[in-house]
Design a protein around this ligand. Structure first.
Ligand code: SF4
Length: 322
């Protein structure tokens, strides 16, 4: 069968490097900014890589490798660095509206191991460091983000910037099972502390919250307390979203590690990738209680940067009712 589109580009990509079972490729791309669907908390996303070596058992983004006609498990072993990301970004930023929010790292981690070598995320941040009045968020599970503290500080002076650290559990052994190649929870908390100490606005996300695994009030409370003690200012999350491509990895994982939950999960996710409304309501109330206990903000924190273009300042004042 002839390969088309992204599958053809993937098949033709140049091999950059191979280590263990992981291979790195460079993939050409026509665009680096992706428009989100209405209802999302940001209008644009940037993912400098396709695939993610952190190999989280629940990862929803595995389907992106299926577009390239690969198995969902290849998502963690075949990593594609997008070519010319910074160059494309410089051109594409022109099409954004002044209040558009951009989030880096929605489908793959921008600070996964590949970033140490290929520095695509850093190149993108260098572009933002020359911008004024942008709204930028970064989501990661990696302490490598601290490497870019200098750039983050520069961006935060003239743009509204927040970093979101994902911490599903403070239990190191459980995290190792769920997120086998990601930095430990303690490494992530240390990174939160270093970022907040450097003046960066940081939120902690206990996402995805997994029924029977990380959804107890005790478990969420531990993450929230550790986040607060590390200087984070926002906290919030939602339940596990489990598409068929993610089920292919998550269900066998449960059968091996949590056989007591396997049948129940198959039933919960038999008809939909989303859990039922009653569970979502109960969990939302639990997250709210935990958040309030530690005085976190629910949403994003928007501050007025030190250097700000005048027309942006006016928009900011209007949106805050000043
Ligand atoms: S860090 Fe995020 S993108 Fe990477 S495997 Fe885990 S859930 Fe997927």
């Amino acid at each position: 069968m002839a390969l088309i589109g992204i599958a053809r580009l993937a098949a033709q990509s140049d091999l950059l490097e191979a280590k263990r079972a992981v291979q790195y490729f460079e993939i050409p791309t026509r665009s680096i900014l992706n428009r989100t669907k209405p209802g999302m908390p940001f209008e644009w996303t940037i993912n400098p890589y396709r695939g993610c070596e952190f190999a989280c058992k629940y990862c929803y983004a595995r389907y992106t490798h299926e577009f390239m006609e690969m198995d969902a498990t290849e998502f963690e072993d075949k990593i594609y660095a997008k070519a010319a990301s910074a160059h494309l970004l410089r051109q594409e930023l022109r099409k954004l509206a002044p209040r558009d929010h951009i989030c880096i790292g929605t489908a793959t981690d921008p600070y996964q191991p590949a970033e140490r070598r290929f520095r695509r995320t850093r190149a993108i941040l260098e572009v933002f460091a020359r911008e004024r009045g942008r709204y930028l968020g970064i989501t990661t599970k990696s302490d490598l983000v601290v490497r870019d503290l200098d750039l983050l500080q520069e961006i935060a002076r003239a743009n509204v910037l927040s970093v979101h650290m994902t911490i599903t559990t403070t239990d190191t052994a459980l995290a190792r099972l769920l997120e086998p190649r990601a930095p430990t929870p303690q490494c992530r908390l240390d990174a939160v502390r270093q970022l907040t100490g450097g003046g960066i606005t940081v939120g902690v996300l206990p996402n995805p919250i997994m029924p029977g695994i990380t959804d107890s009030e005790r478990s969420l409370d531990r993450v929230a307390k550790a986040a607060r003690d590390s200087g984070a200012v926002t906290f919030g999350g939602g339940p596990l979203f489990l598409m068929p491509s993610a089920q292919k990895v998550f269900f066998p994982f449960l059968e091996k590690e949590r056989p007591d939950l396997a049948a129940q999960y198959r039933e919960w996710y038999a008809r939909s990738a989303y859990l039922g409304a009653a569970y979502r309501k109960t969990l939302a109330a639990r997250v709210c209680r935990v958040r309030d206990r530690y005085g976190f903000d629910a949403g994003r924190v928007e501050y007025k940067p030190e250097v700000w273009v005048p027309e942006q300042a006016e928009l900011f004042d209007e949106s805050c009712g000043l």
